[in-house]
Design a protein around this ligand. Structure first.
Ligand code: FES
Length: 119
């Protein structure tokens, strides 16, 4: 079993407009921390290139885990971030209206699988 260092700070992350909150470690991408807490942010590549996950950060500060995230300086100045490759450096508030509860998505997928077996 992989052990995570215990001296890494964690920050509260709020996803708006749903109001969901979770803790994100300063060494874990926000998207991964959200997933581990039961929330799914829109995603595709998860490496900072496709921009599917782009959302507005209305409070907080992040740093990127990749040298060249697919975001312009103007977008960054406007508060946009890529949570798949961003780690929290302060408490965050993110506006991600397409975020979903993982439990709801899992239930929909199970239902779709069950329906597809009937045909
Ligand atoms: S999921 Fe592709 S840039 Fe974040």
């Amino acid at each position: 079993m992989l052990r995570m260092p215990t001296n890494v700070p964690t920050y509260l992350v709020r996803i708006e407009p749903a109001g969901w909150e979770f803790e994100a470690r300063a060494d874990t991408p926000v998207m991964q921390a959200a997933r581990e807490a039961g929330y799914l942010l829109p995603s595709s590549c998860r490496n900072g290139t496709c921009r599917t996950c782009m959302c507005k950060m209305t409070a907080g500060q992040v740093r990127y885990t990749v040298e060249w995230p697919g975001i312009t300086f103007d977008e960054s100045d406007d508060g946009l971030i890529l949570p798949c490759v961003a780690v929290a450096e302060a408490p965050l508030v993110l506006h991600s209206p397409h975020a979903r509860l993982k439990s709801e998505v899992d239930a929909l997928l199970a239902e779709a699988r069950a329906r597809s077996k009937r045909f």
